[in-house]
Design a protein around this ligand. Structure first.
Ligand SMILES: [Zn+2]
Length: 119
């Protein structure tokens, strides 16, 4: 059986970890730490731009994960935790153990990932 309280704690801890990662990431963004108005030479901010893009990519990824976590927490509240958002079947217990914030079953998750790659 699933211990919902235990899962909730686990998911909340995961959410806090991601939130602090995003905060840390923002401090690393060169666009936010350097005054861009002072950069006159176009080539000189290439490194900053690269750094900024890396931060942006990572931030998007973390925010996606955060979105899933928030949805998993909503599902816990509603009592629909462990049920796939897409096909409404039960999510495999083994999968929930590895990823307590999962809101899709493995099959749906794979299909969603495939769909993303085509775009
Ligand atoms: Zn599914």
């Amino acid at each position: 059986m699933i211990d919902i309280q235990k899962i909730k704690n686990k998911v909340e801890r995961h959410r806090d970890a991601i939130l602090s990662k995003i905060k840390r990431l923002r401090r690393e963004d060169p666009f936010l730490t350097t005054d861009r108005a002072l950069i006159v030479e176009p080539g000189s901010d290439a490194a900053a731009l690269f750094g900024h893009e890396q931060v942006a990519i990572m931030e998007t990824r973390l925010k996606d994960e955060l979105g899933e976590i928030e949805r998993a927490l909503t599902k816990i509240k509603k009592g629909t935790y462990g049920i796939c958002e897409r096909c409404t079947k039960r999510i495999e217990l083994a999968r929930l153990e590895v990823k307590p914030s999962a809101i899709y079953c493995l099959k749906c998750k794979e299909e969603i990932e495939k769909g993303k790659k085509i775009k």
